[in-house]
Design a protein around this ligand. Structure first.
Ligand SMILES: [Zn+2]
Length: 351
């Protein structure tokens, strides 16, 4: 006990991003972490999974594909036996307004997400500790050293710590760090599922099977909106939803909502527009009043621009009833009204 009090926790964190470049909708930044004493054991296990072959583990790599199921099993064995943990941040890249917030620089945007992500470790850490961070090298423009300074400043400010929690942060080439490679594989799987790559006509059955294996072993309890959509524990799609960090602290998926303010404004508009009608008014009544009904999901930009044309049988739906759920994320859509073309021409005619 005394030794535990004297020795601060030394946590090692290894990070890598997925789908930062290219036309992917969702970017994933993921890290794996473990206590210092476990690093050699975990490295040894990951090395063993190579079965003597020379390779780097990567989600997008196809060298020795037959070894990857074994690697996935090893990762979760290390979770169970050596306290290896994973957490990631998922960002809808269409909501990132780099022009306004990051000097039109997606690389700077990524640095901000890495910062936010690593701060979650700091915010969770109450007892005395030191963090040692290895980040997969990104661009020469942004270095881990600068990230470390910013993290320590934010941690001193937000968590009132009086020393530098982030003792070390370095940029590494992934080939030198098997644990960065593990972060790559897990982040890659989350990005693959969240971006629905498995639904593409040229989707690789091998990748899908690998993501399925990860989902099965992660075994995330289904909560919130995923439950509404009928997602089952251990199935592939469970990787596409935010997890409850208190329930599964060893496998955390966090979705950053960049449009929270805009969503608030849209909800207020919706409430104001619908409050003009009595609760027993129907969608068809709104349409007769010259409105087009828009149902929109603020999270995944899924929107139906003319709800009654798409679902004519819903004309009997009451204004006071709950809006339909988004088929992608399971959240209730936000209903708002636009003056229809018909309405405009009629007013113009009257004018
Ligand atoms: Zn949605």
């Amino acid at each position: 006990m005394a030794a535990q009090l004297l020795t601060p926790r030394m946590l090692h964190i290894f990070g890598d991003e997925s789908s930062h470049k290219g036309k992917h909708k969702f970017l994933v930044y993921g890290t794996v972490s473990c206590d210092r004493s476990m690093v050699p054991k975990i490295r040894e296990e990951i090395e063993k999974a190579k079965k003597g072959k020379s390779l780097e583990w990567h989600w997008s790599e196809s060298k020795y594909p037959e070894l990857y199921p074994g690697l996935v099993d090893t990762i979760f064995k290390c979770r169970d036996n050596f306290g290896l943990r994973f957490r990631c941040l998922v960002v809808n890249t269409r909501h990132t307004r780099h022009k306004e917030y990051s000097d039109d620089d997606p690389d700077l945007g990524l640095e901000k997400y890495i910062h936010l992500h690593l701060m979650t470790y700091a915010n969770d850490q109450k007892a005395k500790a030191q963090f040692f961070v290895q980040l997969d090298e990104r661009t020469p423009k942004y270095r881990a050293e600068a990230q470390k300074r910013a993290l320590n400043a934010a941690d001193r400010r937000d968590n009132l710590r009086t020393y530098d929690l982030f003792a070390d942060a370095i940029d590494v080439r992934s080939h030198t760090s098997p644990l960065v490679q593990v972060a790559d594989v897990l982040s890659g799987a989350v990005a693959y599922v969240t971006n629905e790559r498995y639904l593409l006509s040229d989707a690789s059955p091998r990748k899908k099977a690998l993501a399925e294996r990860i989902a099965k072993l992660a075994n995330i309890p289904i909560v919130g909106h995923a439950k509404e959509l009928g997602v089952r524990r251990g199935e592939l799609r469970s990787l596409a939803f935010a997890t409850n960090p208190r329930v599964t602290p060893d496998f955390i998926i966090w979705h950053l909502h960049l449009r929270a303010e805009e969503e608030k404004v849209l909800r207020a508009l919706s409430a104001e527009q619908l409050s003009r009608y009595s609760p027993d008014a129907t969608y068809a009544d709104l349409q007769r009043d010259g409105y087009r009904i828009v149902v929109e999901c603020a999270r995944c930009d899924h929107s139906i621009s003319d709800y009654l044309s798409a679902r004519p049988h819903n004309g009997i739906k009451l204004v006071s009833s709950k809006p339909t759920r988004c088929g992608k994320c399971g959240r209730r859509g936000i209903v708002h009204l636009k003056a229809s073309h018909f309405h405009r021409t009629r007013s113009e005619r009257n004018a």
